[in-house]
Design a protein. Structure first.
Length: 182
């Protein structure tokens, strides 16, 4: 494994982690796109009654294809990640897992960048990383917007966040993982 790949992975992962943390805890844009139920207690009871196991649930979920489409036309439609019990991990372990995810992401972004042409400028290399990160949003957030009607605001904020995250990581990765001569 090359030094450039290791440096880009570690430093880029750190940048990804720091920006993601700030983006979700300091800047209020993510929370502003999330709606709140009128009664947590009523929704919690309904969820526990109808979804007793951890999993991804969708509504409508029962009936023939024709019946499902009719139910989708009248609503409600939902796509939910459900964990009926208590969260077993604290914030520390979850942040550790997130850091590992960011390291893996940075490794892949650095590896991709190292596959590009040697004559790309620093700015083009930075933009390559930013566009690669943005592409994740195109692949994940736009289908959820299309099929499950995730809000325009939620989709836009998350896609912009991926681009900014990629831009910041790209500034570091492009610097520590320079273009390789063929």
């Amino acid at each position: 494994m090359s030094k450039s790949l290791i440096k880009g992975s570690l430093l880029g992962g750190l940048v990804l982690f720091v920006w993601s943390s700030l983006s979700w805890t300091v800047i209020p844009w993510h929370e502003a796109t999330l709606s709140k139920f009128t009664s947590d207690e009523a929704i919690s009871k309904a969820i526990l009654d109808a979804a007793p196991e951890k999993g991804i649930y969708y509504l409508p979920s029962q009936g023939t294809e024709e019946e499902l489409w009719k139910k989708m036309e009248t609503g409600p439609v939902a796509f939910l990640a459900i964990r009926p019990g208590a969260q077993n991990l604290g914030m520390g372990p979850l942040m550790g897992i997130q850091f590992l995810i960011q390291l893996m992401t940075s490794f892949l972004l650095t590896w991709l960048l190292l596959q590009t042409r040697a004559d790309l400028s620093y700015l083009k290399r930075v933009m390559f990383v930013a566009i690669a990160a943005f592409m994740a949003g195109v692949m994940v957030h736009l289908p959820n917007w299309n099929w499950w009607e995730f809000s325009n605001a939620y989709t836009a904020v998350n896609m912009i966040d991926l681009f900014v995250n990629g831009l910041f990581a790209g500034l570091v990765i492009a610097k520590v993982a320079p273009a390789q001569a063929s």
